[in-house]
Design a protein around this ligand. Structure first.
Ligand SMILES: [Zn+2]
Length: 205
């Protein structure tokens, strides 16, 4: 979600560092240098941790509450930063992504179409993948679709592909080593209890 073109680059990298736990608060510095120096938050007497500064300090709480009232989001005091960040994704209509990959004259390409819950075309995408097997082209088309959906900050994703093998690899695991990287990225980006991925016959795709 953070890799969106509408977010300034400095904010994106700040969020990424925050996500990775790299913001140099006292506890992070202590861990880096292996020392137990004294730590005190600027706003209260608590130890300065990322969770405290960005989730539960008195000032941060006011900011979260201000925006939670605007966006009607429930706050849970003990949830971690990553969880809260993800749960604040825009919860609008659901979107369906139909993807397809192909190999012609040894060169692979793939693409797809994103439609909203009323069936209206939201956007379409297409990429060339150079020389690779058809299974990799199918997976890369799925991957491109997920990336695009995340950049557009859409939620409740439903992906359909006419490749039973690609769906099987994502949901059950795949063997060929050549697809492992793409497969790992897809699994990392998908939230299986919220997003849906399923097979559709070629005619319906
Ligand atoms: Zn504090």
């Amino acid at each position: 979600m953070i890799w969106s073109s509408i977010i300034p680059t400095t904010i994106i990298f700040f969020c990424w560092r925050l996500w990775q736990g790299l913001i140099p608060v006292d506890v992070v510095i202590q861990r880096r240098i292996g020392s137990h120096m004294a730590s005190r938050c600027q706003c209260c007497s608590a130890i300065e941790t990322i969770h405290h500064l960005f989730i539960d300090s008195c000032i941060t709480n006011q900011v979260w509450r201000h925006f939670s009232d605007i966006f009607h989001v429930t706050l849970w005091p003990m949830e971690g930063f990553q969880y809260r960040f993800q749960s604040w994704r825009f919860s609008g209509r659901s979107y369906k992504v139909n993807t397809d990959g192909c190999v012609k004259d040894g060169f692979a390409s793939g693409g797809g179409i994103i439609r909203d819950s009323s069936g209206q075309c939201f956007c379409a995408f297409f990429s060339s993948y150079g020389e690779c097997p058809i299974l990799e082209a199918e997976l890369r088309a799925i991957f491109d679709g997920i990336i695009l959906v995340q950049r557009l900050v859409l939620s409740d994703l439903w992906i359909e592909s006419n490749s039973t093998l690609a769906i099987h690899c994502i949901t059950k695991g795949g063997r060929p080593w050549s697809i492992q990287a793409t497969l790992s990225y897809i699994k990392y980006l998908l939230t299986f209890d919220r997003d849906t991925i399923s097979h559709i016959y070629r005619e319906g795709n």
